[in-house]
Structure formats: structure tokens, C-alpha cells
Design a binder for this molecule. Structure first.
Ligand code: GLC
Length: 717
């Protein structure tokens, strides 16, 4: 069909039944897509294929590039890198012959325990918005529909499918909606609505937020797709603003790729209900497929009874076709895409490095390559690809910490696990019988004896000890606490006692407790670094690359976060969670309470030694010269915060992040940096008057982090 396909003309030709078929998923005959719209063959409308996810393309039984988790992308504080990452995700999606990528996930990190924080970007709305918008631009640039998710206020996994969120309009607008608006402005063709309800209405039928705000106020012309099995009643969903119900098939069909189990248990090779016994950790976070009133079954009658205007069904179909046409689904010259290219492998490594945050360093890093290294940790045999859930990806190649360090070191490398492997979660290995005793898939020898003492002894005999540790996180469940699982803290303490040149490399889904931080020489946070884990770890430890990342989330002692210690705020009581902290999430909370975080938002060390000079306001931006006065090349992330003036009767944060610029600076050089001030940091939302910028003076901070201000300027508004 020609590039300028007339979508309206196609919609005119559709029968009601054909229009409805464009609004509800069905089984992909090839069993590859996560969601599948059959199209309308009579009118040359091809199928439309939807696929996860934010860390890479997930197709059962297939491989693709396993990029670092989104938290590593945002830790780079670099929208250009995020755009490049989005474009690579888009190319991989096309390379897998899919049309819609169910990414980016951009829920604000309100709860440090949230099992999906690794899939999201930040506690701050400006960093979340700028990163997500760039990723969307990248995805859409490759003729793929981007799907910002999960709209909106899906900030925990506990009870996510039944929970109602009680949130004030100001916090909803300033923190939770703002990033989604940025992705709509960036051209997203779809938005995925979330499982939860908000102020008493399920998001799948929330007319004010799906229609009044998203479509009418923001001008969103694409389609709203439900989360999987998230719709409740069909007519309220359709009239509320939901355009596509997914998956539109039973859980059985979804998980067995359309093959149904036979009459008896197990059937002829498909799944039977008995197979789907999700691990109990997921129980509270899984939707109930039986609670869905499907569009296919319910809409014809609803239209006939006048509950759903016929026009609305054709609007739903038109939105799907408009988004599809926009990415060339009808065209012959559509981007081909590519999977697992050298460029994508290099980008996966580069993002992992740029997202690495050096939290502490007494000078032990970078390592001397001649050093003899004791490489310690229960999971050093494997790359930490990601967390559990729909974002799981399977790479073609991956490098473990062992491989990365052994490739790079000139001295000896002695490996000691110290502990049994820390088991990650997968939502897809329920009901199978692999992984029996002895096959832990972690490279340990069957029957290996694990000994903390042996690990400490190995550390004592080495010039330097590197301890690689991880947490465990997954969709559909939240972390029980913010500590490293199993006995990893004990392992770190024992190694640090044996060698005062101990480096801890963290692979976590978000904030983590570091009780041993004063006993070790360096701490490096690499989040879930993906397939290039080993190479990224070695490159940063040996100083081949500067750890360019800064914290997109505050690290603080458990019990000091705004959602700690009050069940109303997390995980909720009697089915409702109350966002009583308002806009005071993350660093905004810690600034307001004078609680000192362990590591503040924006924190991160560099191998360079920098000095800020001649900061100034230039219109709506800050300019500053950054001198690398050290003897090593490095990277600096210049951050800008705005301190709003007091407004009678309005609680405002002490400071709000307003933008950043990441720049590489050679030793002895000076970089001139310009950071635009994001309007969102100056505005506040007044439920009566809407968005407001109070006239008067604002203090503008030029900083290395929310806790390390290097210059103060004045801005008049
Ligand atoms: C899941 C997730 C969503 C994912 C979808 C399809 O429940 O919440 O992020 O894209 O279902 O797998």
C-alpha cells in the first residue's frame, strides 16, 4: 500500500466486526509476539505484532541483544545516549519482524522496594521524562511504535492488579503524569494503561485520565493498550478511552503460544491449568484472567444496546491504524531492523559503562593491571542480565565477571564463590522441572563446598579483592527489604577484614543497604548491566573507561524513605495505597526532613578531578566551565537544581532537579557546558489554576549532586 495510506478511508470500509477485531488481541499463529492484532485481510490491513520489552526484545525461544536495565540508561544522565538506546531497541524490534515495542517503562521510583524499579528510570520526574522521551524518539525513529507504560501511578507490584491509588492532583500532575506527557510530545504511538485503579476507578476505564487528559488535553492520537488481562468491564473501558484489549486470549493460550492443553492434564504438549502455578512470590501481583470481560465477546452487544457508541469503536480502530501507518506498517520501504549487531553489542557495553556509578573510592581504583586479584562472589560466573518478569531477555553472547576480569587482568585472578549462587526470579520457568539439584546453571561445580572463610583466605593472598554481589527483583512482587540477599553482607565483611584493598561491585535493582561501606576501599554500582556485564566491569575497574554514571535514585537507610514505616503509604491498607507524601519523593523528601541519605540523588565519583568555574545564567540555561584538574581523563555530569521561592500555603521542595549534561574531559582540559533549565522544575501544579510559574527570584544551583552544590545563581521569573 502507498506510503500515504488513507487510514480514514480504510476505517470507512470496515464492518463493525472488523473494527472490533482491531481492538482486541488474538493468538499469533507464529507464537512469537507478546500481543497480536490479526488485521483485516479483506482491506489489506496486515497483522500488528506487539512485543516486550524495555531491556531488549523478548520472544520465547529466541535471542536478542540484552541491553542494560533502564536504570543504567538513566544513570548516565544523557538523553542522547538514551535516544541511541531507544533506536537500537527499535532496530531489534524490526529485526524480529515486530511492530510495537512494549517499552519504555517509566513509572517514577516512589517505593525503593518496588520489584520493577530496574525497569524504570528515576525518583525524579524531570530525569524520568527526559530519558523516556529520548527512548521513545529512538524507538519510533526505527518505524516501531513505542508504548510508554504503565499509565499511571503503578509504583509498586504488591497487589498491583487490585490496588487503588489515592494520590493528590498536584503530585499526580507534577510527578506521575509529567513523564508520560513528555513521551506523548515525543511522538509515542501507544500508551499502556496500568493494572491499578486511581481514586476509585480502574485505570483501564479511567475516562478523565485516558480521554480528558491523555487524548484531549495532551492531544494523543495513538492508541491506549491495556496491560495484559488488566481490563475489567468492556463497555466502561471502551467508553472510558481504552482502545485495545490485550492479550484477548486465555492465559493458557498466551503461555502456550496458542496450543491448548488436551482434555487431560498436560494435554498433547501444550500447557494445562495445572502448569500455571506461578511461584507464590508472584501471587499478589498477578492479574486474574477470569476477571476480564473481553471486547470480542462484549462489544457487539454493548454497541447494539447503545452502551458503547458505534462511532467510538471505529475511533478505537482508527487510532490503531493511525499509529501503525505512522511507522510504515502499510509501506514497502519500512526499516528492516537488525538483531545482535556489532554496533548493538558495543552499545550494550557503552551503556553499561556510562550507567556505572562509582559510589566510593579511596584511591584503590583504577586497579593496576599487574595486581593479583581475588574475584569473589556467588554469581561471578554469569552476567546479571535483568530481573524477573516480562522484561526478561536472552542474549546471543554475554560476558561474566570472571570472563571480563580474566581477559583484562595481567596479574593472576583467583576465583572464590564464597556462597551458593543467589537465585534470581523468572516468571517463565514455573511448572518446568529443570534446575533439579546440582544443575544450578551458575557454573559452580556440582557438590562444590561454599566457604566464606576460603573466600577471605583468597582475598588475603591477593593484592586486591573484588566482591561482586547482587540483589533479586522481579515484576509481580516487591523486595522484602533493601539488603543484599542471603549472606552477601557477611561475605563482604569477611573479605574486607582480610584485605584492606577490597572493592565491592553491586548489581542491584535500585537502592540497597551498604552497612560495610566504611570497611571497604571502593563501591561501584552497575545495576543490571546486561550481556556486557563482564566487559563493563573490567573496563571501569581498570580505568579504561570512566564510571560516567550518577545516582538516579537516592540511597538511604531502610526506614528513612517516605514510604517506609506506614502501611497506608506502602503497600496500602484495605486495597488502597495513599500517596500522602505528595510531591516529597526521593531527594525531595530527604531535603525536607534533613535526613542524611547514604548517597544522595545525582551522586557519583569520577576518575577525573574537576573544578567548576564561571557559572552563569544564559537565558533559560546555565553555562559553566568544568576543568579537569586531575591527571586522568574522566567524565563529569553537571547538574542543575532550582530552589523555588516560598509560596504562601504551598509546600514546595527545597530543590528540584532541572537538567544535566554529561561531558568527557581530558586531563588538564576545560569543557564549556550548557544545561537548559527544564520548565517542569520551575512550575507547580495548582488544582485550581493549573500549571503556574510564580513570579520572582529563583536560586539556581550548579551541582555534582543534590548534596554537592558548586555554585549558586539567581534567576528572575
Ligand atoms: C505484563 C507487564 C507489562 C508487559 C505485559 C506483556 O504484565 O505489566 O509491562 O508489557 O504484561 O507482557
Amino acid at each position: 500500500m502507498s506510503p500515504d495510506t488513507d487510514v480514514a478511508a480504510i476505517v470507512e470500509e470496515l464492518t463493525l466486526a472488523e473494527a472490533i477485531e482491531l481492538t482486541v488481541g488474538t493468538s499469533d499463529p507464529t507464537a512469537r509476539a507478546t500481543g497480536y492484532l490479526a488485521g483485516v485481510p479483506r482491506l489489506d490491513v496486515p497483522p500488528i505484532r506487539l512485543v516486550d520489552g524495555p531491556l531488549g526484545v523478548r520472544i520465547p525461544g529466541e535471542t536478542s541483544t540484552a541491553f542494560p536495565a533502564p536504570l543504567a540508561v538513566s544513570a548516565a544522565f544523557d538523553a542522547d545516549l538514551a535516544r541511541e538506546h531507544g533506536a537500537a531497541l527499535g532496530r531489534e524490534t524490526r529485526g524480529k519482524d515486530q511492530d510495537v515495542l512494549l517499552a519504555p517503562g517509566l513509572n517514577v521510583i516512589r517505593v525503593p522496594h518496588n520489584g520493577r524499579n530496574f525497569e524504570y528510570y528515576s525518583e525524579d520526574p524531570v530525569l524520568t521524562a527526559s530519558t523516556a522521551a529520548a527512548v521513545v524518539e529512538g524507538i519510533q525513529s526505527q518505524d516501531v511504535v513505542a508504548t510508554p507504560k504503565h499509565y499511571v501511578a503503578n509504583n509498586q507490584e504488591t497487589d498491583r492488579a487490585a490496588l487503588d491509588v489515592d494520590v493528590g492532583e498536584r503530585a499526580l500532575r507534577e510527578l506521575y503524569l509529567a513523564p508520560f506527557r513528555a513521551t506523548v510530545d515525543a511522538g509515542a504511538g501507544a500508551v499502556m494503561s496500568s493494572y491499578n485503579g486511581l481514586d476509585g476507578t480502574p485505570m483501564s476505564e479511567h475516562r478523565r485520565l485516558l480521554t480528558d487528559v491523555l487524548k484531549e488535553e495532551w492531544g494523543f492520537s495513538g492508541f491506549v493498550v491495556s496491560d495484559w488481562f488488566a481490563t475489567r468491564e468492556a463497555a466502561p473501558a471502551a467508553t472510558g478511552g481504552m482502545d485495545v484489549e490485550m492479550p484477548g486470549v486465555s492465559m493458557l493460550e498466551l503461555l502456550s503460544g496458542g496450543e491448548q492443553g488436551g482434555e487431560d492434564e498436560g494435554g498433547d504438549g501444550g500447557f494445562s491449568p495445572a502448569d500455571i502455578d506461578f511461584p507464590e512470590e508472584f501471587a499478589s501481583g498477578m492479574p486474574d484472567p477470569e476477571s476480564v470481560e473481553g471486547f470480542r465477546e462484549a462489544l457487539p452487544g454493548a454497541v447494539e444496546r447503545g452502551e458503547v457508541p458505534r462511532k467510538r469503536v471505529f475511533d478505537m480502530a482508527q487510532r490503531v491504524l493511525t499509529a501503525a501507518e505512522d511507522v510504515g506498517v502499510f509501506d514497502d520501504d519500512r526499516a528492516d531492523g537488525a538483531v545482535d549487531t556489532e554496533a548493538h553489542r558495543e552499545l550494550a557495553r557503552r551503556v553499561a559503562i556510562r550507567g556505572s556509578v562509582l559510589l566510593e573510592n579511596d584511591g584503590v581504583l583504577p586497579l593496576d593491571e599487574a595486581d593479583d586479584v581475588a574475584l569473589i562472589g556467588p554469581n561471578v560466573d554469569e552476567a546479571v542480565l535483568g530481573g524477573g518478569g516480562s522484561s526478561e531477555t536472552t542474549p546471543v553472547v554475554e560476558t561474566s565477571p570472571i570472563e571480563g576480569i580474566e581477559e583484562r587482568a595481567a596479574g593472576s585472578v583467583t576465583v572464590a564463590h564464597g556462597l551458593p549462587p543467589v537465585e534470581g526470579f523468572s516468571m517463565f520457568d514455573f511448572g518446568d522441572d529443570e534446575g533439579e539439584e546440582g544443575e544450578d546453571g551458575h557454573g559452580s561445580e556440582p557438590g562444590e563446598e561454599y566457604s566464606v572463610d576460603d573466600a577471605a583466605a583468597a582475598a588475603a593472598d591477593a593484592d586486591v579483592a573484588v566482591v561482586v554481589v547482587r540483589d533479586v527483583a522481579s515484576e509481580a512482587t516487591d523486595r522484602e527489604d533493601l539488603r543484599l540477599p542471603d549472606r552477601q553482607d557477611e561475605l563482604i565483611e569477611a573479605v574486607a577484614a582480610a584485605n584492606d584493598r577490597t572493592v565491592v561491585a553491586l548489581n542491584t535493582s535500585g537502592p540497597i543497604e551498604v552497612p560495610w561501606r566504611e570497611d571497604v576501599a571502593a563501591v561501584l554500582e552497575q545495576w543490571y548491566p546486561g550481556q556486557a556485564h563482564g566487559h563493563a566491569l573490567a573496563a571501569v575497574l581498570y580505568g579504561d573507561e570512566d564510571p560516567g554514571g550518577r545516582l538516579p535514585v537516592t540511597f538511604a537507610p531502610e526506614g528513612t524513605y517516605p514510604t517506609d514505616g506506614d502501611e497506608r503509604r506502602f503497600p496500602g491498607v484495605e486495597g488502597t495505597v495513599h500517596y500522602e507524601e505528595g510531591v516529597f519523593v526521593g531527594y525531595r523528601h530527604f531535603d525536607a526532613t534533613d535526613a542524611t541519605p547514604t548517597y544522595p540523588f545525582g551522586h557519583g565519583e569520577s576518575y577525573a578531578d574537576v573544578a567548576y568555574r564561571d557559572a552563569a545564567i544564559d537565558g533559560d540555561a546555565v553555562t559553566v566551565d568544568v576543568a579537569n584538574v586531575g591527571d586522568r581523563d574522566g567524565r563529569e555530569v553537571v547538574q542543575v537544581y532550582v530552589r523555588p521561592q516560598a509560596v504562601e500555603g504551598v509546600d514546595r521542595p527545597v530543590r528540584e532537579f532541572a537538567g544535566a549534561a554529561s561531558v568527557g574531559i581530558e586531563a588538564g582540559e576545560v569543557a564549556s557546558v550548557r544545561v537548559p533549565i527544564d520548565d517542569l522544575a520551575l512550575q507547580r501544579y495548582d488544582p485550581a489554576d493549573g500549571w503556574t510559574v510564580d513570579p520572582g527570584e529563583y536560586t539556581v544551583e550548579v551541582a555534582r549532586s543534590a548534596g554537592d552544590v558548586r555554585a549558586e545563581l539567581s534567576l528572575e521569573r
